[in-house]
Design a protein around this ligand. Sequence first.
Ligand code: HEM
Length: 121
Amino acid sequence: MLKLFHIALAYLTVLGFVVRGIWALTDSPLRQQRWVRIVPHIIDTGLLVLGIVLMLSLSLSPLTGWLAAKLLGLLAYIGFGVLTMRATSKPLALAGFAGALISVGYIFAVAFTRSAWPLAA
Ligand code: HEM
């Protein structure tokens, strides 16, 4: 049940990020709406909290194995995401967008294969 919510929020964060990324890249005023600035934080906090609850309930260590890889991927997703939203030039924002999508793709691959090297799994 918890895992189902975690997975649902995982899809929502990507969906929300793609929409906001496109709005950022096209300078759309839609991204300035109040709820657009707030809801992603609620989704991402929920995703993180549920991930931590799952981690504790499965007695996993966040410092080893696939979960450590997933957390590194998460740091990259956050970093590239911030770059996308705050970049002062289009090419930089586009690079951030691409980096964030690759990072979150890696996180999904790690989550589904439970391997830090999903392509080798
Ligand atoms: C962008 C962030 C994240 C995404 C996209 C994501 C995605 C997923 C997905 C799709 C699954 C289901 C895998 C399956 O079908 O078995 C999953 C499971 C899981 N995730 Fe995440 N996750 C994220 C962040 C986190 C964080 C921050 C933690 C822990 C601190 C975490 C811990 C877990 C655990 C423990 C499971 C359960 C694995 C199992 O049942 O063996 N996740 N995650």
